[in-house]
Each structure stands twice: as C-alpha cells, then as structure tokens.
Design a binder for this molecule. Structure first.
Ligand SMILES: O=C(O)CCC(=O)C(=O)O
Ligand SMILES: [Fe+2]
Length: 361
C-alpha cells in the first residue's frame, strides 16, 4: 500500500485474535461418566496433550450442575452491586489469610514478603514486573476453605488457614458461594484423577495432596473501558501464570481471557456457555518437571461491557512437598529442581501482591 499513515502512526498495542479449537481444545467429559475405561483413557490423553501443548483447554459436558453455575454468577452480580462501603467491610486488608474484597484500580498492593521464593515458580513476577503493574478496572471477592472456629490449624495461626469474610445484607450469598465451593472441590478431584491417568499414575495419586487443600474461589468483575488502549493498560500489565495446581474458570459471554501462544501471539479463549476453561498453574508445572505448560494469560476487556468470571484455584495442602513426578523424569528430562513446599511458595506470592492485616506483624 502506498498510504504512509500506517508507518507514521504511533505503535498500537498488539491486539489479540480469537483462538480456534486446535489451539484451545474443547474436551468432552461425558465419556468419564460412561463407566467405559477405554473412553476414560482417551479423555485423559486429550487432556494431557492439551496440558503439554498450551496448558489451557475447555471442558464441555462436565458434572457440575448448571443451576449451581447460574447461581454463582447471580451471587457475584449481587455482591459487586453492593455500595463500595459495604464491600469495604470485607476488604482483604482486614484478613490475614487473603480472603475478602479487593477494590478496583489497585496497583500491586503486597505488604511484605513471607513464605519462600522458589526458582522456576512465578518467574514472571520479578520486582520490575510487579512495579510495572498498572491500576486495573476489576474487583475481586475471594474465599478459601471455611474452617470451623476450633480448627487446630486456624487456632495455631498456620499461614493461609483462617476464616472467610462475609458481607452483611446478602441473604443466601454465603450458602450459595460455599455450595459452589464444595461442588468445585469434587470437580477438582475428578480433574486431578484425569491428570494422574494422563501421567501414567494411579488415578487417586493426587488425592493425598488435596486433604485440606488451599483451594480458592474468586469472583471477578471487570468494567468496560473507553477504548482498546485503555483496556490494554491494566490488562496487559497484569499478564500472569497461575500459581496453584490448576484453575477451573467460568466466564460469561463477554470474552476477554487471553492466552499467549507459543509463537507469542495473544489469543482470546472463546466463551462457551456453561463450559469450564481449565489451565495448568505453576505448581503442576513444577510437579510435572515442566512437562505441563503453565501459560501466561491476562484479561483485556475491550468489548464495551462489564464482564463477570468465577475462578477456582486448585491449590494443594499447605505442607505438600512438590518434587518432579517419577513419570516425568528420564534421561532426556532430568529433574529441573529438587523440591518445594506448596504453601510456602503460595504465601510468598500472596504476601507480595495482596493486602493483609498481618502486614505490620
Ligand atoms: O477472569 C478471568 O477470565 C481470568 C482471571 C485470572 O486469570 C485469575 O484470576 O488468575
Ligand atoms: Fe489467572
């Protein structure tokens, strides 16, 4: 083209394109409930291939009941519609276990470094990357396991073991959120068994590490932006890899979850109603000796409307010692690290990015 304006125009941020089903596979979980062992093996192989190639896939025909999913979105809408003041009653800075509300337009707000840094874990979060994080247009409400008041770990002040913060004035909210949490804990166990099969381990292999798991449930609300540039600002600076074992995400029909492909392109994970987007986190990457990919992703909401998503982060038990799985080590793939304690590594991340009432301690 002879038109020179394309050369003199300021560099535009690299925009994403919609992914196709070869890039983010859509995997049917119906065969898992058929009782047919061969069909279950096939699903496990499909899942494993997706984990090795991109670390992201979409699951259709899963066992989580559709009404539970509808309900959790409805509860997220109710919560985020509360006045800011009511949401700030459950501000995460009032919790010492990273539960509660995170308001919009916060930069990196970590208040210390606790836990333990691990080489190869959360590599993207160098000090410079953290500083470069821009305010964003999303707000979050997060819970973890609802422990009874006499729980021994809670009483002992074991990190990440505590109480959830619940807002006033939302009858039914706590029940529905906990109901979804429980259903997702079961679904996480099913997924873990599929990963284990794909890795030639016994199907219940991971169960020993998910006895009192640090699973988190996160409600997310993203506001629309004035234009693509504005949408990019916050979204792109917050590209990250998830830290836990794996993530199970429900997104509404807006779109906006973007994954970096191997060639460096940003591809949008197409929303499929009721389906889960599952991705591998750094803990599973470490477990599999980097055989499974924990892939950089971000949310760029440039579709002119608000967006809701519901993430469940399948983190193992605090004391889980992660070391390379025997089926992921051989002469061509020597161990890339010795071992790490899952809870210490998660605590290191959280204490750097989230507020805490324990900051002064
Ligand atoms: O909202 C989304 O689609 C993804 C959120 C996410 O990546 C996260 O919370 O780790
Ligand atoms: Fe994520």
């Amino acid at each position: 083209m002879s038109d020179m304006t394309s050369i003199t125009a300021p560099a535009a941020p690299a925009l994403s394109r919609w992914a196709n089903a070869n890039e983010i596979p859509v995997i049917d979980f119906a065969p898992l409930s058929s009782g047919n062992a061969e069909a279950a093996e096939r699903v496990a192989r499909e899942v494993r291939d997706a984990c090795e190639q991109i670390g992201f896939f979409t699951i259709v025909n899963h066992p989580v009941p559709a009404p539970l999913i509808r309900n959790i979105f409805r509860q997220a809408e109710r919560f985020f519609a509360l006045p800011e003041e009511a949401k700030m009653q459950v501000w995460m800075g009032r919790s010492n276990t990273f539960r509660g509300f995170l308001p919009m337009d916060q930069g990196a707000s970590g208040t210390g470094t606790k836990g333990k840094a691990v080489a190869g874990f959360q590599n993207h979060l160098a000090e410079e990357t953290l500083k470069a994080r821009k305010p964003n247009r999303n707000e979050v409400f997060q819970i973890a396991a609802e422990l009874p008041a006499d729980d021994p770990d809670l009483l002992a002040g074991k990190p990440l073991h505590g109480r959830n913060l619940w807002p006033d004035g939302l009858p039914g909210f706590r029940e529905d959120v906990l109901g979804y949490y429980d259903a997702m804990r079961d679904f996480a166990a099913l997924l873990a068994s599929v990963f284990a099969r794909g890795l030639d381990l016994s199907p219940d292999y991971f169960a020993q590490f998910y006895r009192k798991p640090l699973i988190q449930l996160r409600l997310l609300h993203y506001l629309p932006h004035a234009d693509d540039q504005a949408a990019m600002e916050g979204g792109a600076s917050r590209a990250h890899c998830d830290a836990g074992g794996f993530t199970m995400l429900q997104q509404d029909q807006t779109g906006g979850l973007e994954v970096q492909s191997r060639s460096g392109e940003w591809i949008v994970v197409p929303p499929v109603e009721n389906a889960f987007v599952v991705n591998i986190g750094d803990s599973m990457k470490m477990w599999t000796n980097h055989r499974f990919a924990s892939t950089l992703h971000r949310v760029v909401n440039r579709y002119g409307k608000e967006r809701f998503s519901i993430g469940v982060f399948a983190n193992p038990d605090y004391d889980t010692v992660i070391s390379p799985l025997p089926t992921c080590v051989d002469a061509a793939n020597p161990p890339r690290f010795d071992s790490m304690v899952a809870g210490d590594a998660l605590l290191y991340l959280y204490s750097r990015v989230w507020p805490s009432s324990a900051a002064a301690a």
